[in-house]
Design a protein around this ligand. Structure first.
Ligand code: APR
Ligand code: PHB
Length: 403
């Protein structure tokens, strides 16, 4: 049995855990990261890559932004297409100069892994049987197995950054947590291909045939999605079938100029809204996907994780620099206020851009639910106020100060 000691134990080496670890280390706060799988495995996960300013700023504060700033694509706007007609949401103009940065999550993870390795910060990959103990007492600790050897990691605080399926959230007794969950009756079938993107900005499409999204990773790598039935299997979708369906959903002009090619990755992801309240229990803080999941419409997953990281990092900095132990009690309420806004925006964008059963739930006859949504979208896209509403939330609401 090996006994270890640190200030902050971080469970999970996803973007939340790795970014938090880097930021804390910059402030001289010792931390150890425990990750269930290997680094190679973490780097295989493909997820959205639209960064709000808050996330990009944290990467800079953590000192890991060199490649992001050199290779990330600044997006001043994006388009929403409705029945073949595209309307541009001019983020920069509608939000007094704010933009988003297009930089893949795999790249973010790679940058964070390299920085952590270069600084020789302690990280245990393939750590199994991770269990949290005495999180409401004064001597919390985490036990785990590494290379077959039992370890106990003593710490002051635990950051549960272990995603939706992790152990941290389960440590909070059921009677003390409320889980709000909504599942959607479709999934997103995504393709990654080494083809130039159809447009230099993202295009979100609502069409009679369903949703589509044209996104990218770089000038030469594209990411496209269509929504499919949850019962569909990825094997049922040949590349040809995907491209044919995508073209039918994109505006005609984009469909005509779309360059197709072999997929280098293809998968179906279910859509879910999930929020766990509270986000803390004693000396345990939940961060990112461990506490909340959004449907990908609006690309808020990583950005909500970033605001949690920012809040926790500022609180812990205060604890260690100013001995302000009481401020830890503020974490959950501050994090959740922003999480709920992001969750609502993601649900609302999903509802606007997909044919969602809940819109038609009360129809006795006809299709008023769908028609209301189409009318709402037409109205929003045709109005400066409507486009501003979308733009302000897409670039991200401001982070709250620690009171
Ligand atoms: N012990 C240790 N590590 C674990 C355990 C466990 N019991 N369970 C899960 N993990 C690890 C996972 O293997 C994963 O690497 O925790 C990590 C959680 O990472 P993510 O799921 O990526 O969650 P998070 O870092 O909060 O990501 C936030 O990035 O990955 C996206 O969709 C995500 O957009 C969201 C954002
Ligand atoms: C992506 O590029 O994978 C992506 C972009 C925007 C989204 C969702 C996914 O809203």
């Amino acid at each position: 049995m090996k006994t270890l000691r640190t200030q902050v134990a971080i469970i999970g080496a996803g973007p939340s855990g790795m970014l938090l670890g880097q930021l804390l280390a910059k402030q001289g706060i010792a931390n150890v990261v425990l990750e269930r799988v290997s680094a190679t495995h973490v780097l295989k996960r493909i997820r959205a890559g639209i960064l709000e300013t808050g996330m990009a700023t944290l990467m800079r504060e953590a000192g890991v932004s060199e490649r992001m700033d050199a290779e990330g694509l600044v997006h001043d706007g994006f388009a929403i297409a409705h029945n073949g007609h595209a309307t541009r949401i001019d983020l920069k103009e509608l939000t007094h100069g704010r933009t988003v940065l297009c930089y893949g999550q795999v790249e973010i993870s790679r940058d964070l892994f390299e920085a952590r390795a270069a600084a020789a910060l302690p990280t245990y990959f393939e750590a199994t049987d991770v269990a949290l103990h005495e999180v409401t007492g004064n001597s919390p600790h985490v036990t785990f197995l590494h290379n077959g050897e039992a370890h106990t990691l003593h710490c002051d605080y635990i950051a549960g950054c272990d995603g939706f399926h992790g152990v941290s959230r389960q440590t909070i007794p059921l009677r003390l947590r409320t889980e709000h969950e909504r599942v959607y009756p479709f999934g997103w079938l995504g393709i990654l291909s080494d083809t130039p993107p159809v447009s230099h900005e993202l295009i979100y499409c609502r069409s009679q045939r369903g949703f589509a999204l044209a996104s990218m990773r770089s000038h030469s790598r594209s990411r496209y999605y269509i929504d499919v039935a949850l019962t569909d299997k990825v094997e049922q979708w040949s590349d040809d079938a995907f491209w044919t369906e995508l073209k039918k959903r994109l505006p005609a002009e984009a469909a005509a100029s779309l360059i197709t090619g072999a997929s280098i990755e293809k998968s179906i992801a279910p859509l879910r809204s999930f929020i766990c309240e509270p986000m803390q229990y004693g000396r345990l803080f939940l961060v990112g996907d461990a506490a909340h999941i959004v449907p990908p419409t609006g690309a808020k997953g990583l950005n909500l994780a970033a605001s949690d990281v920012s809040t926790l990092y500022r609180i812990l900095t205060r604890v260690y620099h100013d001995k302000d132990y009481a401020c830890t009690a503020l974490y959950s309420a501050i994090a959740l206020r922003r999480v709920w806004h992001g969750e609502r925006f993601s649900w609302w964008m999903t509802k606007l851009l997909h044919n969602l059963d809940e819109n038609s739930m009360h129809d006795h006859s006809g299709d008023s639910g769908r028609r209301f949504t189409e009318s709402e979208l037409t109205y929003l896209l045709g109005s400066v106020a409507g486009r501003t509403l979308i733009a302000e939330q897409y670039v991200g609401l401001p982070y709250e100060e620690i009171g």
